[in-house]
Design a protein around this ligand. Structure first.
Ligand code: HEM
Length: 483
């Protein structure tokens, strides 16, 4: 218990009170919760062997899984059980149940990983970084890395971030009056460059030309890995491997390329005498070069797509709302980008409407007491974040982009937010995103600099699709005009 509270302390100081009181309340109410057995959880039944696959396909397939699950919550309520492909899970969409789950997730919270990635690691004997670790090993590295990743960014890193964004926007100057041609590819490159800037700190300017080709290749291959992984929604990776299907070969090729490019990049960076993250990781007592590389490679892979797509969703949304964009530009002239409330609220709102992780997962370490159900130990619980963050019970007019909903009222409550816990873009608790601080700063600087220099116009509406993470179903076309 003490250890758990300590972890929350590092991650999010404001949640300490919540965890303490919440756990106490949980313990004292355990006896009065009307306990139901697992059978009481509604089960979505499918056909023999194929299960519910035809319903999912008719709802749009794996790329529309968030809508399918949303529809199931409407039919079956906030808790139900359904097996989708190889994944047999209890799906939950009530923030109170999520709080209960996080409070009981244990000292070593466990999430599921895409089957294809695990199979790749097993087949090729790959050991990977934090995201793939579990138990005591994960806990040890996570505690050490929390201290590094959650401390204030040093001024040299911010200067290097400025170089990254300046390089991008200088390139974009030639597109003024036009649609930016390779938006997502540019944003992938930017998110990896930010990571490099973070790793090497003040020597970024010196090393950027030396690694630019590695960054480009890595950006392309990471994008490919995610596109390939989503193809395993219905065909288990094991079957694809056994039958030597093209999707397995493509996936292997993309993963191998990413790891090789990331390896080359990190090897080059390690030669620099840096004052950034790399230096802090190198200074972890008894850490070997091999482990340094694994941790950093996984950081790069975890950061690449999440930051790129979140930034794209933010630019897309800002480009649809001219008034909000103008207010933001005015606000940025008066305040530093990290202190601009409107920018912070825009990002909260973007990540609420377009949660990069539409589902969060935990494997239950023991029986988990939800409000009306017990989920037995070793079950998979999936939190349906898309459903929850678009629910009118928790957000007034949930489908409306309204960053002002996050303004505080006199009673300290939010303007149009009923339950802030219904959006968790970076997850929650000891296993939440370790890069959230870094990601927030990088997105703030990117949006701020873009808006100061350009007026952004979104040319076409897009919808959400899933490529493992939340992506647009069509390419986003942004026209930029000099301010
Ligand atoms: C907007 C950008 C980002 C979003 C939306 C995001 C979101 C998430 C989410 C939802 C999780 C799972 C949390 C949970 O299960 O409770 C996660 C985990 C993780 N993220 Fe991020 N992330 C972002 C950027 C980054 C960056 C820049 C890094 C680089 C350090 C990073 C590294 C990781 C790692 C290593 C984990 C696994 C942590 C663990 O298992 O202990 N993420 N992220």
């Amino acid at each position: 218990m003490t250890a758990l509270v300590n972890e929350y302390l590092i991650l999010n100081r404001s949640s300490v009170f919540f965890v303490n009181t919440f756990k106490m309340r949980l313990l004292s109410t355990k006896n009065i919760i009307k306990i139901k057995s697992k059978e009481d959880i509604p089960i979505v039944k499918g056909l023999p062997i194929v299960g519910t696959i035809f319903s999912i396909l008719s709802a749009g397939g794996g790329r529309k899984l968030h809508e399918y699950i949303d529809m199931r919550h409407q039919q079956y309520g906030s808790v139900f059980r359904e097996k989708i492909g190889p994944v047999d899970a209890v799906w939950i969409s009530n923030p109170l149940d999520m709080k209960l789950l996080f409070a009981q997730e244990g000292k070593f919270p466990k999430h599921i990983l895409p089957e294809a990635w695990l199979l790749y690691n097993d087949t090729y004997g790959q050991k990977r970084g934090l995201y793939f670790m579990d138990g005591k090993e994960w806990h040890m590295y996570r505690q050490i890395l929390n201290r590094i990743m959650f401390k204030d960014l040093n001024a040299n890193v911010i200067k290097s971030y400025n170089i990254v964004i300046d390089d991008l926007l200088t390139e974009w100057n030639s597109y003024t009056g036009q649609v930016v041609p390779n938006l997502i590819a540019d944003l992938y490159k930017v998110s990896i460059s930010f990571m490099v800037a973070n790793l090497v700190g003040s020597v970024y300017e010196k090393c950027k030309h030396h690694v630019s080709e590695d960054v480009n290749c890595l950006a392309q291959s990471i994008q490919k890995v995610f596109q390939c992984t989503v193809k395993f929604t219905f065909i288990p990776a094991k079957t694809a491997k056994l039958l030597k299907l093209k999707i397995w070969n493509d996936f292997i090729h993309a993963v191998e390329n990413s790891i090789e490019y990331a390896n080359n990049l990190v090897s080059k960076l390690m030669k620099y005498n840096s004052d950034g993250l790399l230096n802090s990781i190198k200074n972890i007592p008894d850490i070997h070069n091999d482990m340094i590389k694994k941790l950093i490679i996984d950081f790069i892979i975890a950061a690449g797509d999440t930051s790129a797509y979140s930034t794209q969703w933010a630019l897309y949304t800002i480009g649809l709302h001219k008034n909000i964009q103008n207010n933001l530009r005015d606000g940025l002239l008066k305040t530093d980008f990290l202190e601009c409330d409107l920018l912070i609220n825009i990002l909260k709102e973007v990540l609420r409407m377009y949660p990069l992780a539409p589902f969060l997962t935990r494997i239950t370490p023991s029986d988990i007491y939800l409000t009306n159900h017990i989920v037995p130990a070793n079950s998979l619980i999936v939190m349906s974040m898309f459903t929850c963050s678009r629910n009118e019970k928790y957000f007034i007019n949930p489908n409306e982009f309204n960053p002002y909903r996050w303004n505080r009222l006199k009673n300290n409550k939010y303007n149009s937010v009923i339950e802030p816990f219904a959006t968790l873009p970076y997850g929650f608790g000891a296993r939440s995103c370790i890069g959230q601080r870094m990601a927030h700063t990088q997105m703030c600087i990117t949006i701020a600099e873009c808006i100061k220099r350009y007026e952004i116009e979104t040319m076409n509406p897009v919808k959400i699709a899933l490529d493992l993470i939340t992506v647009p179903d069509n390419s986003v076309n942004l026209k930029i005009h000099k301010v």
